[in-house]
Design a protein around this ligand. Sequence first.
Ligand code: ADP
Length: 394
Amino acid sequence: MTGRILVINAGSSSIKYQLIDVATRRKLVTGLAERIGEETSVLTHGAHRVERRLADHEEGLKAVLAAFAEHGPPLDEVVAVGHRVVHGGSRFIQPTIIDERVERTIEELAPLAPLHNPPNLEGIRVARSAFPHLPHVAVFDTAFHATIPRHAATYAVPREWTAKYAVRRYGFHGISVAYVSRRAAELLGRPYGEVNSIVLHLGNGASATAVRGGRSIDTSMGITPLAGLVMGTRSGDIDPAIPGYLHRVAGLGIPEIDEALNKESGLLGLCGANDLRDVWRLADAGDENARLAMEMYAYRVRCYIGAYYAALGRVDAVVFTAGVGENDQRTRALAVEGLSRLGIEIDPVRNAAPAKEPRFISPEGAEVAVMVIPTDEELEIAVQTAACIAAGSA
Ligand code: ADP
């Protein structure tokens, strides 16, 4: 497929975008409209930056289009717009061409992702009215996990909850996991369908995913992105009885508890900092809470590696990606400590080598390749958008 794809990732107060030439995989421009709705918003378009108020997503996108008109590149070769959508529920398990009905369904799924789907949809609406003649494709973060078998996706709760309220494991970060697991197979020089990998996407949100031959078979996040690993501000796994217990002993209400588990827990709750760089600084200065936070963070990752090793039976690659996974050698080393019996080891020199490129950090000839692969969700959205359009017009 030739032509350019405009990728849009609309968050609650930002619009990230990239113009990508799919055939060459070249990024023609990367931009970000941020602090939308605040007093002063900022638009960064390639090397250009302007500060001005952008009241809402519509004004944000208008400013983006004006930046394209002023600084280029021209948008006339754009063949489609690819949109990131966080939650596709059970309805969307493939990239999907957007029409009114798809928009309505994304809206209906908002209760599953109240912070993410509404701004994603807003981005879609303003982009569709700005580019009415172009096909728009929704690429879902949950879709890659649609292959998770029922025994791993179902919660042991009353069947009615599952049937009536769609309570099940969906999983997130699927766009990133699809990209890095495929890259891992390429770097190993083996067919994607033959490689088993454990992908550790460690960013502000963090997840582990077991990928068997290009298909997700389990992932640590659940119906929402709160489950699994210890994250910046999210608790990850806890005893599900804790909310009920706190309600009884402390009189806390469900919305408060929900808020605290999402925004005041994780590393932030443990030691007052949510950025790993700050947590390490505190730990190095002797802060016991920060030290404990790092031990817990790494321990939880290690336990998921063990669990997914068992789920996969054979593991070819363990892949670190996203902000922490790509940049934090100490966390990587701590996370795989003691796993040499599983064939998982890190070479300290390779691990410490500063590089932005995908690379192996396991010793030469290791049984399991441990890799660092920078994720590229925008490129993955562009590739999936192009494939969706090509399939639709075939
Ligand atoms: P998001 O999940 O929002 O996409 P990122 O993948 O960009 O986030 O990850 C952001 C996080 O990565 C930061 O909060 C920080 O904890 C971590 N991070 C970024 N750079 C480094 C670094 N050099 N060392 C340790 N942690 C880092």
